[in-house]
Write a protein that binds this ligand. Structure first.
Ligand code: UP5
Ligand code: MG
Length: 196
C-alpha cells in the first residue's frame, strides 16, 4: 500500500486518560494527522448502509474490542485518503492497537510504529473525567456500567500490548494525572527526546 513509508505513532492509555486531548495539541504544533480508532468506529456505526453498524454499537457499549479486520480497514482507508489528499504521512493513531492481534497485524501488514505514546493515569481520575464528560458527550459508553467494562478490557486486553512494546523499547510514558497543559509539556519533552 501507499502507506508503507508513513510515520506512525500509536497513542495508548486507559479510557479518559487524555489521548484525544493531547492528540489535538500535537496536531496543532507538529502537523500530524490524528486518527482515533474509536472516532472512526463511531462514524462507521452511524454511516447509512454500513453492514457493521449494529455490531460496532454492541461492542462499544460493552467496552469490548471490535474485530480487528473492521478497525484496520477503517484506519488504512483513512491513512490512504489523507496521503492522497495532502501528502501528509505523519499519523497519530489514537486508541489503537488495544489487542495483541491488532498490534501484530498492523505492524506486519500496514507499517511498524515509531513508538507508542502511553498516558499513565489512575482509574479514579479517569472515572471522574469520563463521568463528567458523560454529562454532555452523548457517548453511549460514558456511564458507570460501560466505564467499568472499559477499564477491565483495558487492563486485561490492552495492557499486554503496551508491555510487548515496552520490551521492544518502543514506549514513551507520560504521567497523565496533572492538568492538560502540564501533561502536554511532558509530551513535548518526550517528543524532543525522540528527535521530533
Ligand atoms: N481531560 C483530558 N485530559 C485531562 C487532564 N489532564 N486533566 C483533567 N481532565 C482531562 O479526555 C477525556 C475527558 O477528560 C475529557 O472530558 C477531557 O476534557 C478530560 P479525552 O482526551 O477524550 O481522553 P481519551 O483518552 O481520548 O478518552 P476516550 O474516552 O476517548 O478513550 P477510550 O479509549 O475509552 O475511547 P475510544 O474512543 O478510543 O474507544 C471507544 C471504544 O471503541 C472502545 O471501548 C472499544 O469498544 C472500541 N474500539 C475498538 O473496538 N477497537 C479499537 O481499536 C479502538 C476502539
Ligand atoms: Mg478518545
Amino acid at each position: 500500500t501507499s502507506d508503507g513509508e508513513a510515520l506512525v505513532i500509536f497513542v495508548l492509555g486507559g479510557p479518559g486518560s487524555g489521548k484525544g486531548t493531547q492528540c489535538a495539541n500535537l496536531v496543532r504544533d507538529y502537523g500530524f494527522k490524528h486518527l482515533s480508532a474509536g472516532d472512526l468506529l463511531r462514524e462507521e456505526q452511524d454511516r447509512e448502509g454500513s453492514e457493521f453498524g449494529e455490531m460496532i454499537k454492541t461492542y462499544i457499549k460493552e467496552g469490548e474490542i471490535v474485530p480487528m479486520e473492521v478497525t484496520i480497514q477503517l484506519l488504512e482507508n483513512a491513512m490512504n485518503s489523507t496521503i492522497e489528499e495532502n501528502g501528509n504521512r505523519k499519523f497519530l493513531i489514537d486508541g489503537f492497537p488495544r489487542k495483541m492481534d491488532q498490534a501484530l497485524a498492523f505492524e506486519e501488514k500496514v507499517v511498524p510504529s515509531k513508538f507508542t505514546l502511553f498516558f499513565d493515569c489512575p482509574e479514579d481520575a479517569m472515572r471522574e473525567r469520563l463521568l463528567n464528560r458523560g454529562k454532555t458527550s452523548g457517548r453511549a459508553d460514558d456511564n458507570e456500567e460501560s466505564i467499568k467494562k472499559r477499564f477491565r478490557t483495558f487492563v486485561e486486553t490492552s495492557m499486554p500490548v503496551v508491555e510487548k512494546f515496552e520490551k521492544e523499547s518502543k514506549v514513551v510514558r507520560v504521567d497523565a494525572t496533572k492538568g492538560p497543559e502540564e501533561v502536554y509539556q511532558d509530551v513535548r519533552k518526550q517528543f524532543s527526546r525522540e528527535g521530533l
